[in-house]
Design a binder for this molecule. Structure first.
Ligand SMILES: O=C(O)CCC(=O)C(=O)O
Ligand SMILES: [Mn+2]
Length: 207
């Protein structure tokens, strides 16, 4: 079957916010959300000071280590559950709270939690999924901030299989909302291209 494709190029200016989804939800990219100095400082602090976890998922009765490290921070005390894993709730740090407030100021959406992901190199990845767990609520707004190395982010429509591809650069913000989690899956694929480490923050409002 031929795959429908939409290729998206990254615009060069902060003011060039761009809607990536053609229908069924929204994913708006703000390429220069953070200035380079702030992004560098945040990357360094998060990479070195986070107590990274590598949970094991159970698939077809076998245990697999997740291909990447992550830690769940929240003001809600709510643990996060996906793929049969329960992620312990850690209290938000001042830096995570500050960046969350910047995301709220920009989007108007409140956030009380963030899943912080570390991709050490091109072998770290996250498979196709939606952020559609019940704790996120219906039609959640999720603010995804990228720091460090650029990685390719793909979105695929669940029914039409249409693909959207975008490079998430250092300091960029991607805001997914509306039907985006209901109708689309997303991933960060592995890459053979040598890449440095990347930290990603996905801010959410859980209850
Ligand atoms: O690293 C990314 O850009 C995506 C991470 C993600 O999908 C998630 O944390 O749910
Ligand atoms: Mn996700």
């Amino acid at each position: 079957m031929q795959e429908l494709q939409t290729t998206v190029s990254t615009p060069s200016l902060f003011s060039d916010s761009q809607e990536l989804l053609p229908f069924d939800g929204s994913a708006v990219l703000y390429p220069r959300f953070l200035d380079a100095d702030f992004a560098r400082g945040a990357f360094d602090e998060l990479q070195s000071a986070t107590l990274w976890e590598q949970p094991e998922m159970v698939m077809f009765g076998k245990k697999y280590a997740q291909a990447g490290l992550s830690t769940w921070f929240t003001d809600s005390g709510i643990s996060y559950q996906y793929s049969g894993i329960v992620r312990e709730a850690h209290p938000m740090t001042p830096l995570l709270t500050k960046i969350g407030a910047m995301c709220t100021a920009h989007t108007g959406a409140p956030f009380n939690s963030v899943l912080v992901n570390l991709y050490r190199d091109g072998q770290d990845s996250v498979g196709w999924h939606s952020d559609n767990e019940a704790v996120n609520g219906v039609e959640p707004t999720i603010a995804s901030l990228s720091l460090g190395a650029t990685r390719r982010f793909n979105l695929r429509h669940k029914e039409t299989k249409e693909m959207v591809r975008v490079d998430l650069e250092d300091g960029s913000l991607l805001v997914m909302s509306g039907l985006s989690q209901q109708c689309w899956v997303h991933q960060i694929a592995k890459t053979k291209t040598p890449v440095g480490s990347r930290v990603n923050l996905t801010y959410r409002l859980v209850s």
